[in-house]
Design a binder for this molecule. Structure first.
Ligand code: NAP
Length: 280
């Protein structure tokens, strides 16, 4: 039996669904503004991939390349301008920002209804109260993969390892909203192995290569690997892939969660467009 979750295939299916919906929009298409400060190579690659995805689904994308020396106020002024521009539906500020700019101030400045990354405290609060419309992309990509593979989340013991603001925390909230019984583990967690052996679903987002091993899991567990690490130059996840021998489903790295992140960003852009045009 093939127990490997094909994130690349699911991402393509969802992008095609979005593309079809956008093709039916009469008049102005959704527009995403991407702001990138400085010349971090990885950030430039991400932005290029985002633009490619926008082009594929039919979202207009405007990229603002800003000099690394830009002041925080200048960046805030640009966000203000984009907030007030009714032609812009989504705003994404590529992280990380240079150290002289306060990331929190920048994220707070983005209009929550244009916050396609789902990082604004308003959207986090909406998620916490199970009312979210714009949800952070990587965690919603994980949930979407589970759903597309018909995994019943309700009532399951779900363990999230990692509690970052961009992955672990929102993911725990999303699993709770799907009626799972959720445990969140982190570096201060005691007896992690006890927890991993109880879990029906384990999602690992810690950034430690091949951390979760076969002896730590029970048979038929469902494993989602968010990690993106280099092990001797080779891309790998946080889950040792030999766990696939015991798991009923597992995401590979690459080709699992990775392709879903930008896809969920596209979904959020379309949702933001709909909210702003009173279509939801
Ligand atoms: P992060 O901000 O560094 O957070 C890591 C989290 O893991 C922290 O909560 C930390 O606990 C916990 N942790 C670290 N080592 C641990 C250990 N040995 N045992 C238990 N918990 C441990 O990382 P992140 O931004 O969430 O990213 C995590 C991984 O996902 C990275 O590999 C990143 O590259 C990848 N990622 C992938 C995508 C994608 O699109 N596929 C998107 C985002 C991130 P404490 O809070 O106690 O320090």
């Amino acid at each position: 039996m093939n127990n490997i979750i094909n994130g690349t295939e699911i991402a393509k299916i969802i992008k095609d669904e979005i593309k079809e919906k956008i093709s039916k929009i009469q008049g102005k298409k959704p527009c995403l503004a991407v702001v990138i400060v400085g010349d971090d190579d990885a950030s430039h690659i991400y932005v290029k991939n985002k633009n490619k995805a926008c082009e594929y689904v039919g979202i207009k994308s405007d990229t603002y390349f800003l000099n690394t020396n830009i002041t925080e106020q200048e960046l805030l002024n640009l966000i203000e301008k984009l907030n007030n521009d009714s032609d812009v539906n989504g705003i994404l500020v590529q992280l990380p920002l240079p150290s002289h700019i306060n990331e929190k101030n920048v994220l707070l400045k983005i209009d929550p209804l244009k916050d396609v990354d789902g990082f604004h405290p308003y959207n986090i609060g909406m998620l916490s109260t199970n009312n979210a419309i714009l949800k952070s992309c990587t965690p919603s990509g994980c949930i979407e993969l589970l759903k597309r593979y018909d995994v019943k989340i309700k009532g399951k013991n779900a363990l999230v390892i990692g509690r970052s603001n961009i992955v672990g925390r929102p993911l725990s909230m999303m699993l709770l909203n799907e009626d799972a019984t959720v445990t969140t583990a982190h570096t201060k967690t005691k007896n992690l192995e006890y927890l991993t052996k109880q879990a029906d679903i384990i999602i690992v987002a810690i950034g430690v290569a091949n951390f979760l091993k076969t002896h730590m899991i029970k048979d038929n567990v469902i494993l989602i690997d968010v990690g993106m690490n280099r092990d001797n130059g080779k891309l790998c996840g946080d889950i040792d892939f030999s766990c696939s021998e015991k798991a009923s489903l597992i995401t590979p790295v690459p080709g699992g969660v990775g392709p879903m992140t930008i896809t969920m960003l596209m979904k959020n852009c379309l949702t933001a467009y709909k909210i702003q045009n009173n279509l939801v």
